[in-house]
Design a protein around this ligand. Structure first.
Ligand code: HEM
Ligand code: HEM
Length: 182
């Protein structure tokens, strides 16, 4: 089938793959945090704060990506993708962006309802909210649920991307894959 003529720009491609790798690593870090440093052990605070610090850097990258996306049109869909599928893909990508933003935001907001706040790479950021167990539990619960929601959405996204690459072979995958040199 004919290859799509246009592709995402270099910044969009770089941010897509950088964030995909960092988000996967950060989620694994979250899920294995209790194995890395059990609750109540001296190493725990340092490990949790490393997760928080890396999460804030990742959150900033995600905001930068969204701003870039809003300022730069993605390549137009090839005619091989039916209009209904285009609408669904737009919806799916929008949901991915929303979950990507809410994930670090919920963790950050939760931390501000705890007396520990955030130590950003050792630099204390004092909490701006009053200590509240209920508010912490709510936002922390959101953070935990979103971790799974995001993982499921990414699994669906990857399955669809592979379908385009291996079954449809319609060139969509090449739009976001770094161009070959030469
Ligand atoms: C954490 C992991 C990932 C996230 C959060 C993510 C998110 C996204 C988002 C939001 C878009 C839409 C880009 C836009 O129009 O602004 C996109 C595009 C795309 N992603 Fe991912 N992605 C991830 C991993 C992957 C992986 C592992 C693959 C391949 C196996 C992949 C394949 C693609 C493809 C082919 C497109 C372009 C679709 C098109 O041409 O419109 N993504 N991704
Ligand atoms: C995109 C960035 C982030 C991702 C992907 C992420 C992912 C995760 C995941 C998957 C967990 C494990 C949840 C579970 O136990 O089921 C977790 C735990 C946690 N995250 Fe994040 N996180 C991010 C950013 C942040 C930020 C910015 C903060 C705070 C400033 C934060 C604070 C926490 C805390 C405190 C826990 C432990 C909660 C507990 O065990 O009670 N995270 N994170």
């Amino acid at each position: 089938m004919k290859r799509a003529a246009v592709r995402y720009d270099g910044v969009a491609i770089t941010l897509h793959w950088l964030i995909a790798a960092a988000l996967t690593a950060q989620s694994l870090f979250g899920w294995f945090m209790d194995d890395i440093a059990a609750r109540g052990t001296p190493a725990r605070a340092g490990v949790v704060n490393l997760h928080k610090s890396l999460g804030l850097v990742l959150g900033a990258l995600i905001v930068a990506r969204l701003l870039w996306r809003l300022a730069h049109r993605p390549p137009p869909w090839p005619a091989t993708v039916p209009a209904r599928q285009q609408a669904l893909a737009r919806l799916g990508h929008g949901a991915l962006y929303a979950a990507m933003l809410l994930q670090p935001l919920s963790g950050y907001v939760a931390s501000n309802f705890s007396k520990y706040g955030v130590r950003f790479f050792g630099h204390p950021l004092p909490p701006w909210a009053p200590e509240s167990r209920a508010a912490y539990a709510y936002f922390n619960g959101l953070h935990q649920t979103l971790g799974w929601v995001l993982a499921l959405m990414v699994a669906g996204h990857v399955a669809l991307a592979l379908k385009h690459a291996l079954v449809d072979r319609d060139g969509l995958f090449g739009r976001i894959w770094p161009p070959r040199a030469g």
